[in-house]
Design a protein. Structure first.
Length: 300
């Protein structure tokens, strides 16, 4: 059995880099070490854990079951070790590094763009990576430190992760200014006469929140086109006599001129939250990031 006093944290950092990068070369670049040095550290790791840990493949290296089992605990141990030696305070103006966010197209427009503006003002040396929302895998990516915050609607967030509510948004019915309907209120019968647009990030459905409410009242609309982003939805909306239900915040700052219709549909609001992995709950930089995001969400 390995003596706990003989464990070198640098070896665990090397394991973490190898596990994330799945390449000795990329792990060496991440650690600012030479490839032979990392290969030597891998040899020592194999001796420490009595396991191959990583085996070569045509696409780099593949983790063994033993490596998969210890990857999470090692990453958490390294995070806690970092917290122990880091300053307890955080200075935004001096802070460097990269903030990694994940959000849908709508939330990128509604709150991520304003957040980036706040970061530019208060923490100008920080860089920002924004990843598109994925149907699966957000929790695992946060566990691997690939994502700092996942900003999403409550219904797609992981209920087992810590989170904070950011805002509620309501759906509004819109069309282009030149749409032939000139009234301010569409009855459900009139609403269902027109072709509708819908945003569905996965591109797998022509069904949205409005359809649930319409179906409950015995009505059905015709969704003619479903697109993955609101940018594309608004391009199509400007070009033809479509109707669309969109979150109200997505209209802010848009150059396209639209008119809104009252419909009487009681579509449940969108509850937007930010979630993160519990291992960073006490990290000073992460606490500051969450507080800044919450403030921006209330002002936007």
């Amino acid at each position: 059995m390995t003596n706990i006093r003989s464990i070198d944290l640098n070896l665990l950092s090397a394991f973490d880099a190898l596990y994330d990068e799945r390449s000795v070369t990329r792990a060496a670049e991440r650690l600012s070490l030479t490839q032979p040095t990392v290969s030597g550290m891998l040899l020592r790791l194999r001796q420490m854990f009595s396991d191959q840990l990583f085996v070569r493949s045509s696409h780099g290296i593949v983790a063994t079951p033993r490596a998969e089992a210890i990857a999470g605990p090692i990453k958490e141990l390294l995070e806690r070790a970092h917290l122990l030696v880091s300053a307890t305070t955080f200075s935004p103006m001096k802070a460097e590094g990269t903030i990694k966010l994940m959000a849908s197209d709508y939330i990128q427009h509604a709150v991520v763009a304003p957040l980036i503006g706040a970061l530019r003002r208060h923490a100008p040396k920080l860089k920002v990576l924004v990843a598109p929302r994925q149907e699966l895998g957000a929790t695992e990516r946060m566990a691997r430190s690939e994502i700092d915050l996942y900003i999403s609607s409550r219904d797609v967030s992981d209920p087992d992760l810590p989170s904070i509510p950011l805002y509620l948004d309501r759906f509004v019915c819109v069309a282009r200014k030149r749409h032939p309907f000139n009234g301010r209120r569409l009855s459900l019968r009139e609403l269902c006469k027109f072709d509708h647009l819908l945003v569905h990030p996965t591109g797998r459905s022509l069904w949205g929140p409005a359809d649930e409410v319409l179906a409950a009242s015995g009505h059905k609309r015709r969704v003619a086109v479903a697109v993955p982003t609101f940018h594309m939805l608004f391009e199509l909306l400007a070009a033809d006599d479509f109707v669309a239900f969109v979150p109200e915040r997505v209209l802010r700052g848009r150059r396209i001129e639209v008119k809104k219709f009252e419909t009487g549909l009681d579509i449940p609001p969108i509850e937007v939250v930010a979630s993160w992995h519990p291992r960073v709950s006490d990290d000073a930089r992460h606490v500051w990031l969450r507080q800044t995001l919450a403030a921006v969400a209330q002002q936007s």
